[in-house]
Design a protein around this ligand. Structure first.
Ligand SMILES: *Cc1c(COP(=O)(O)O)cnc(C)c1O
Length: 384
């Protein structure tokens, strides 16, 4: 017998009260009952994003939110700057290209982090860039982008800053209004602890100016239409309202804990996992590690996939590497509905798995390092 424990960067585990809320009989969505829930959820998302900007709930996976950002903000032949340091930065570039937008790429080696000065220089070389696309947490590499620094640079230009916060939001600090992020995208199945199926997009006044100035092209993802519906706490099309009911519950949990405490808790989980893998003699892949997940290099001569399979036998699911990193890294996600014992359990499973695949391992070394982190009081300075 074993229990299933998901330590993957989406989907994540869903709290019992959220699951129960979604298990109630289905009701109709064009009702005061649903409008009230949508209004509450909109406010809850604004709190999580730290913004007063319009926040939309779209019925799609997170990528739909990325596409909504691109098609609403830009027109064919517009110029965009895309930071490409992993699978998800690459995806923004692919979406731009699919809609005839010509990206200027800043290519960052996977595992490395963008130097914000490079964004500044590129914007100077191409003053006609309309939008900058980047990722809060590049989930494929475990790298955290310094969004605050990038935002400071983009704010001083006419360009809009679009941030993919799908895996980062709700796990890592981001203050949309204070930092000056123009479009923030997130999704339901990561730190927000809801099953897959919802994307969230927030739009600043600066971004609205661009959206309003352009001839409209989107249909399903038309945010002007969504804005007009939202004034009535409504959506243009049938929303995945049962997921939104679950989201209301999970946002209530986040509000109850306090967003700063949620960020701090994730910082502590990240610290515990990083120290645990170091104690096991393993190396981190990311140069600037995110607090949402930790990418770990497999020991020399060992396929990360074998470690993951051995952990899976204990009921602990972690993710492998994508593309050329397949077999080379494992990605331990520590976001969403997890407690300290889930983290310790995962490290213990990692130790047992390393032994099983024939790696050298000192039982308890990783667990001890994690416990030492958890024995310390939460420290605000460890916040990412
Ligand atoms: C998970 C993820 C996505 C993709 O979201 P889907 O819900 O699979 O469409 C995009 N960007 C980042 C950074 C992610 O972690």
């Amino acid at each position: 017998m074993h229990k299933e424990r998901l330590l993957t960067p989406g989907p994540t585990m869903v709290p019992e009260d959220v699951l129960l809320e979604m298990a109630r009989p289905v009701f109709h969505h064009r009702t005061p009952r649903f409008r009230k829930i949508l209004a509450t959820v909109t406010e809850g998302l604004q709190y999580v994003f730290q913004t007063q900007a319009d926040c939309f709930v779209l019925t799609s996976s997170g990528t739909g939110g990325m596409e909504a950002a691109v098609v609403n903000l830009l027109s064919p032949r517009d110029k965009a700057l895309v930071v490409r340091g992993g699978k998800f930065g690459t995806r923004f570039g692919e979406i731009c290209e699919a809609f005839g937008i010509k990206p200027v790429y800043i290519d960052v080696e996977w595992g490395e982090v963008i130097n914000p000065a490079l964004v500044k220089q590129t914007l100077k070389e191409h003053p006609d860039i309309a939008a900058v696309f980047t990722t809060l947490c590049e989930t494929s590499t475990g790298v955290a982008t310094n969004i605050k620094a990038v935002a400071k640079i983009v704010c001083a230009t006419p360009a809009c800053l679009v941030v993919d916060g799908i895996s980062g939001i709700g796990a890592m600090e981001l203050r949309m209004d204070e930092w000056g992020v123009d479009v923030l995208v997130s999704g339901s199945q990561k730190a927000l602890m809801v099953p897959p199926g919802l994307a969230f997009v927030a739009i600043s006044d600066k971004a609205w100016q661009r959206i309003e100035a352009k001839k409209h092209r989107a249909y399903y993802f038309d945010l002007k239409k969504a804005r007009s519906s939202l004034t009535r706490s409504d959506t243009p099309f049938t929303p995945a309202h049962i997921l939104i009911v679950g989201l209301a519950k999970s946002l209530e949990r986040i509000r109850g804990e306090g967003i700063e405490n949620v960020w701090q808790r994730h910082a502590q989980y990240a610290d515990a996992v990083r120290k645990a893998v170091a104690a096991l003699g393993l190396k981190l892949f990311a140069k600037r590690p995110a607090n949402a997940l930790t990418a770990v290099l497999a020991p020399d001569g060992i396929d990360a996939g074998d470690i993951i399979a051995a952990m899976e036998k204990l009921g602990v699911t972690v993710a492998g590497g994508q593309e050329h990193l397949k077999g080379r890294i494992l990605r331990i996600a520590h976001l969403g509905y997890l407690d300290k014992l889930d983290i310790i359990g995962c490290i213990s499973a990692l130790e047992l798995a390393l032994q099983e695949v024939g790696a050298r391992v000192k039982f308890g070394a990783g667990v001890q390092a994690a416990e030492e982190v958890f024995a310390q009081p939460l420290d605000a300075s460890s916040e990412e």
